[in-house]
Design a protein around this ligand. Structure first.
Ligand SMILES: [Ca+2]
Ligand SMILES: [Ca+2]
Ligand SMILES: [Ca+2]
Length: 493
């Protein structure tokens, strides 16, 4: 190997190593000692979805006072149930049937094999059969006979390539401050069409943020304060959401009344507007997946020390008011003797505008399919600015053209835009002469092409190439490195 090749290979391996270590730090924590017992019995499951809290702990959901449901993955559910570590004994309540069997059989390495033949979650498959197949042995809704629901991953450049829509609107909250802003992003209808939504079957979407928040939206208009449609128009109208009017009074304006105001009118897009002006939005107000607010990317969502989501990026679902109203005073304020006091019946659209969305599930899941295990992986999606859409879709039928990579005469091919946790590079793969094995030419790492569709590394560091053309036949492949230095790769049949 040349010196340059060696250096690139070392850099490449280090990047992979660092990304793996940081990804797992959150899991192997708090003196956790059970995962090593599991991996001693099943070493090939390292790095798969089973190498996770969710093996022995369940997720859960609870209803908020407002009636909306918060679904939590196993990590967040443990944090929630233990009150973020204050009540550690409550962790018992999060252990699933497999975790309990493991505990009852000694909570050590031999306990894993001792419970192999049990069907802990009573779904008809033994623990061993489930683990071998990669389904959760402690979750009855996951079993070896289900396939993953169809899915499609979007990167920021994928989303930017879709037709953008810009709208100025009021974000009216019940309890926090209100504000006017101009958001730009992709109309959810266009996004769902691009993902190949099965319009005959699909009824709605559930959007998820990695802090465990989820919000349901029907496709078409329905009555109900929490139900903001994302696909159809208002009944009998040519627009998705009704036109609105700009409302401003001195009372409400934070800038004029820092202590008693409740609406932020400071956005650049507010300039020049007067109370009562109609708000003109080209193509009308829509439910969108917003990427920028007043021209700037949304602040990236982060989890605070209190396990609260801060920030709203990279993507936020923004729904306009179904029934336009002025911004009303916060329900928490003692001072309701104002122009627009809190009004329970006014439309508080901001509460349904999910921040830091990483997942859109198109309901219902097709028969025989199961959830992709994705509540668990949300934060890496935030970091990579990725979004996954899954469920009642046919990604192959989507409106975007699939770029196909042609296998050359020597069976070599180039992947021009690989994305590993936001690090972008290209690689040329040379056929090694043995069945399904390829050699990565590390000298091509820096020759990436941002304009090509990104191929994002899977959680197990394999890569899925959606379309390879070989002698006119097109097929998808998944390949994974078989060498420690990532120079040798093999297609997984
Ligand atoms: Ca089972
Ligand atoms: Ca199961
Ligand atoms: Ca309000």
């Amino acid at each position: 190997m040349s010196k340059r090749t060696t250096i690139m290979a070392i850099v490449f391996s280090m990047v992979l190593f660092l990304s793996v270590s940081s990804g797992y730090a959150a899991y192997h924590h708090e003196g956790e000692r059970d995962s090593e017992n599991f991996l001693a019995a099943y070493p090939d499951k390292a790095g798969t979805k089973l190498d996770h809290c969710a093996l022995c702990h369940s997720g859960g959901s609870y209803e908020k006072s407002t009636g909306s449901t918060v679904s939590l993955g196993s990590c967040q559910w443990c944090h929630y149930k233990t009150e973020y570590g204050r009540e550690n004994s409550n962790i018992e309540q999060t252990i699933n049937a497999y975790g309990n069997a493991y505990k009852d059989n000694g909570r050590n390495e031999s306990a894993i094999s001792r419970i192999d033949e049990l069907d802990s979650d009573d779904d008809g498959s033994t623990n061993q059969e489930e683990i071998t197949a990669g389904s959760f042995p402690g979750n009855a809704s996951d079993n070896p006979f289900l396939t993953m629901a169809p899915s499609k991953i979007y990167t920021r450049s994928d989303l930017e390539a879709l037709q953008q829509h810009t709208q100025f609107l009021l974000m009216n909250t019940s309890r926090s401050g209100d504000f006017y802003a101009q958001y730009t992003g992709v109309p959810l209808k266009d996004l769902l069409d691009d993902a190949g939504i099965l319009t005959e079957q699909a009824t709605g979407i559930t959007v998820f943020a990695p802090d465990g928040w989820s919000q349901y939206h029907p496709l078409n208009y329905e009555e109900g304060a929490e139900l903001y449609h994302v696909y159809g128009n208002m009944p009998g109208e040519s627009y998705q959401y009704p036109p609105a009017v700009y409302n401003h009074v001195t009372d409400a304006d934070y800038a004029l009344n820092p202590d008693t105001g409740w609406c932020d009118y400071s956005a650049p897009s507010v300039a020049g507007r007067s109370h009562g002006d109609p708000i003109y939005v080209e193509n009308g107000l829509k439910a969108i997946l917003a990427m920028t607010r007043d021209g700037a990317p949304l602040d990236t969502g982060v989890l605070t020390d209190e396990n609260k989501l801060d920030g709203s990026g990279p993507y936020r679902v923004v729904v306009p008011q179904k029934v336009p109203s002025p911004p009303d005073q916060s329900s928490k304020s003692d001072d309701q003797d104002v122009e627009w006091p809190y009004n329970y019946d006014w439309d508080h659209n901001a509460g349904a505008a999910t921040r830091s969305v990483t997942i859109i599930r198109v309901e219902p899941l097709p028969e025989g399919t199961t959830d992709i295990d994705i509540l668990e992986a949300g934060w890496s999606y935030i970091d990579n600015q990725q979004l996954i859409i899954y469920g009642a879709i046919n990604p192959d039928a989507g409106s975007s053209d699939k770029e196909c990579i042609t296998l050359a005469g020597d069976f070599g091919f180039t992947l021009p835009h690989l994305d590993l946790n936001g690090m972008k590079f290209g690689i040329h793969f040379k056929y090694s002469g043995t069945m399904l094995d390829f050699e990565a030419d590390m000298t091509t790492l820096s020759q990436h092409d941002d304009a090509a569709s990104a191929i994002v590394f899977n959680d197990d560091l394999s890569i899925t190439v959606p379309c390879i053309d070989f002698a006119g036949n097109q097929f998808a492949i998944t390949m994974k490195s078989t060498s420690d230095d990532f120079t040798m790769w093999s297609i997984i049949p």
